[in-house]
Write a protein that binds this ligand. Sequence first.
Ligand SMILES: [Zn+2]
Length: 75
Amino acid sequence: MRLLLFGLIALLTYFLLKKLLKNYQFSRKNQVIDSKRMVRCAHCGIFLPEDEALTESNHNFCCREHRELAKSDKG
Ligand SMILES: [Zn+2]
């Protein structure tokens, strides 16, 4: 009976630790996403990190081609 109780506690501890670890990894992941601001390409609408985006007159673009295309659209 004592062995059963010990096993139960061990199992409970295992699941608790697993859950805690999962939560920890999840919050860490969120922090990474939060630290990188995402911007949207004004031409195709794709999301990309702000530091990778090309900016032209307050608009963000994913690549040089889309920046040029948006420019030529306006005339
Ligand atoms: Zn684009």
